[in-house]
Write a protein that binds this ligand. Structure first.
Ligand code: PMP
Length: 754
């Protein structure tokens, strides 16, 4: 770095004998100047365009005139010029001398809610003072730090190295594009100061006395001024919303906000955070030695994570309330239920005693209309996280370009087929794409019946495979349950080898199932089974059950169908597919739920031989199955699983959770068993040593956990197994949150059920 003799510059141009000290700075070079008489100034050397610096000078003059109590710096003239241009050490610099403002930096003082309100109030007054100021330089300015230009920072996304971090920025940029960009033109505009960060705010007598550095002043939406201030002021705080509210209050008291401005404030703060981390990522590469540039990087990332857990509706509501705006009355639970009953059949059940009205979601978090945030530990469909921006973008981009059917050639179909097959044993390489797990199971059975020429199907007790007529027939979970019917004579049912309730009896289960096959006299077309029986209560098939049975059915000329609708795509942690844990390769694989992360996509994958026998002249056609949009989404899901290493996260988080659940089990006799693999886990609740199921307890537990902000469900033959199957992106803090709440809930439940 060139050494600049600031004192000499001041002496020469301003005729002041002084000492100088270099201060930290972003782009400008700032020096503290102390004269012999004890006066202080700031010398600013800048390489920004002189027109812009002149605009800043006139803005400072304008503010000072309109409201001197704002104490903005004054520009000291040299020979009547507010701006000088000089060559220093071979470089051209613009030079300005500004008055020095006493006061402590916001970063150095004790933060109180009163201080926050004073910050908002100061910026409200500043906004009033700048009102009416116009300068072409500020209007023409395109600044990457300006919130309305957030999306310009997209080009730095690939400089954020961790995909688990990057996805949050992509998520917020997506929300910004969807929810904020269309509204921007209608928000009030003005020149804003635009840089109320904690090193630019000066405090005197426990309130904001001034702000410095107008280098980011720009013509933008007024509300961005407040959004920027909130972003920096709440960094490092445990309760960012609690600290943001007084800032909004203070601003509104001086410069009344409009409702449409408040409506987007949550996303504007998120946008400014995105800009900050993008700029840090860029600068770290361009200027690795400049520590000042990345000073807010860590707190910004921390805040992105915290902000992401806040319900956006709750944030808007809190801001409306503090500004005295009425908030829309949300519909009561009763109203919602009545509206639903009008057109929706009661056979579609609702979760929880008081069903939730959902509004939005982000990765593992869901937000309801009442302002609550939920940690979603149950939705295994949202495999890579709710509203994952890569998946959303892939679908929307392809939907805008082409959506057709498999009667045409398009690359995405073959690319997707190839990508998916890369995760499978070589023999499974023929794919049928459909739109639901039900359609996939149905087709799998059809393929098996067609290939073997047999019409019986062997199923696992308590198994579920879908909602078509054929699926219900092969799903004891349904036909044995309420509203069910007698088992079809085409069905052979194997008992579920539940290790917990029938310990050490695997061989008996294996032998029983084998002899059922033998007795069937080669009439069974297929055995369809989940490697971990989900609806059976998260029951992993004990080794070597699946291996031996798959071998045995092969000898009998029937096919093995693995239903991995729930367990596939890395969820079990150790492997990509649950059948791989069992050393048992199926002839037909049924996939659904996570495959499209919520987009209706499902698949049947089989061998060329089985697929070949299906080619009998009758066309197989699915209007939507394998369309380009589905394929684009399927590809994006695979990409995210790989990029974010979600399988190993499932293993790490699942193992941690299992271990902590086992600790809880040792403290609460109510927990009979904890089991599963990766992030496909179950907690079986019992009432006594006879293992009587605690069905009511499980129901109470999931309802109370919901009130505590954790979504879970129950299943199993007695509905006493708590199912855990979250998006694979959960982290340690989610596990801690879950376990702490579960501990408390089990404590009160144990009292109740004593
Ligand atoms: N198989 C299994 C194991 C399932 O869990 C489900 C859905 N719960 C299905 C098939 C049917 O899938 P879909 O609901 O997409 O039709």
């Amino acid at each position: 770095m060139t050494l600049i003799n600031a004192a000499a510059i001041v002496k020469k141009n301003y005729r002041l004998d002084c000492e100088s000290e270099l201060l930290a700075g972003y782009l400008d070079k700032n020096f503290l100047i102390k004269t012999k008489q004890g006066e202080k100034f700031i010398l600013k050397l800048s390489q920004a365009p002189s027109e812009l610096l002149e605009a800043q000078n006139s803005l400072l003059g304008y503010i000072d005139k309109r409201d001197p109590s704002l104490n903005v710096q004054k520009v000291v003239p040299a020979n009547n010029h507010l701006l000088l241009q000089n060559e220093i050490e071979g470089e051209a610099w613009n030079i300005r001398l500004l008055t020095y403002l006493e006061g402590q930096h916001f970063a150095e003082v004790n933060h109180t809610k009163g201080l926050m309100e004073s910050l908002g109030g100061y910026l409200g007054r500043l906004t009033n003072a700048m009102n009416g100021f116009s300068h072409p330089e500020f209007k023409a300015r395109t600044l990457e730090w300006d919130i309305q230009r957030t999306l310009l920072n997209r080009k730095y996304l690939d400089k954020i190295s961790a995909p688990q971090d990057r996805k949050w920025v992509q998520y917020y940029m997506l929300q910004f594009n969807e929810l904020v960009v269309p509204l921007l033109p209608d928000l009030r505009h003005s020149v804003i100061y635009g840089d109320a960060n904690d090193r630019n705010i000066l405090i005197k007598n426990e309130s904001v006395n001034s702000v410095i550095d107008f280098g980011d002043a720009v013509y933008s939406q007024v509300i961005n001024e407040l959004a920027i201030a909130i972003t920096y002021a709440v960094m490092g705080k445990e309760d960012p919303l609690g600290w943001a509210i007084p800032i909004v209050k203070g601003f509104h008291s001086q410069y009344p906000l409009e409702k449409n401005e408040i409506a987007v404030l949550y996303y504007l703060v998120a946008a400014r955070l995105c800009i900050s981390v993008c700029q840090s990522a860029k600068s770290k590469i361009e200027d690795p030695d400049n520590e000042y540039i990345t000073v807010s990087e860590k707190p910004a990332w921390d805040l992105i994570r915290k902000w992401g857990k806040l319900n956006p509706g709750k944030v808007a509501k809190s801001f409306y309330q503090i500004c005295g705006f009425s908030t829309e009355k949300t519909k009561s639970g009763k109203e919602i239920t009545e509206l639903r009953a009008k057109h929706i059949s009661k056979t579609l059940s609702l979760s929880y005693r008081h069903p939730i009205q959902m509004e939005s979601a982000a990765f593992q978090f869901m937000f309801d209309s009442g302002g609550k945030t939920y940690l979603d530990l149950v939705n295994n469909i949202m495999h890579v996280g709710h509203c994952h921006p890569k998946v959303v973008e892939a679908g929307r981009r392809q939907m805008a370009k082409l959506n057709t059917n498999t009667r045409y050639h398009y690359d995405l179909l073959t690319i997707y087929a190839e990508n998916l097959c890369n995760y499978l044993p070589a023999k499974l390489n023929k794919i049928f794409l459909v739109n639901s797990g039900s359609a996939a199971s149905d087709l799998a059975i059809r393929l098996a019946k067609n290939y073997t020429g047999r019409d019986k199907v062997m199923v696992m007790d308590h198994g579920y495979h879908g909602n078509t007529i054929a699926d219900i027939e092969i799903s004891p979970y349904k036909y044995q349950g309420k509203g069910g019917f007698p088992q079809s004579d085409k069905i052979i049912k194997a008992s579920m080898p539940d290790e917990y309730r029938f310990k050490g009896k695997v061989e008996e289960f294996i032998n029983e199932a084998k002899s059922q096959i033998d007795r069937s006299e080669k009439s069974i077309s297929a055995f369809i089974v989940e490697p971990i029986v989900g609806c059976g209560g998260q029951v992993p098939l004990p080794r070597p059950y699946l291996k031996e049975l798959f071998q045995h059915i092969k000898i009998n000329g029937c096919l093995a169908i693995a239903d991995e609708v729930q367990t596939g795509f890395g969820r079990v942690g150790t492997h990509f597919w649950a059948f791989e844990q069992q050393d048992a390769v199926p002839d037909i694989l049924v996939l659904g739920k996570p495959i499209g992360n919520g987009h209706p996509l499902a698949a049947v994958i089989t061998t060329p031989e089985i697929a070949g026998s299906f080619e009998n002249g009758m066309e197989f056609f699915s209007s939507f199955g394998g369309n380009p949009v589905s394929c684009a989404i399927g590809n994006a899901v695979l990409e995210v699983i790989k990029e974010e290493e979600l399988q190993s996260n499932a293993l790490a988080m699942g193992s941690k959770m299992l271990q902590l659940l086992k600790e809880l089990q040792s403290r609460y006799p109510m927990i009979g068993d904890v089991r599963g693999s990766g992030l496909f886990l179950g907690i079986e609740l019992i009432r006594n040593e006879n293992l009587d199921p605690a069905t009511d307890g499980a129901k109470i537990l999931i309802n109370n956990m919901k009130d505590r902000g954790v979504l879970l469900s129950t299943d199993g033959p007695f509905n006493n197994v708590i199912k855990i199957k979250p998006p694979l992106c959960i982290d340690e803090s989610d596990i801690d949150f879950f376990l702490n709440n579960l501990d408390k809930e089990l404590q009160s439940l144990s009292e109740e059920f004593k």
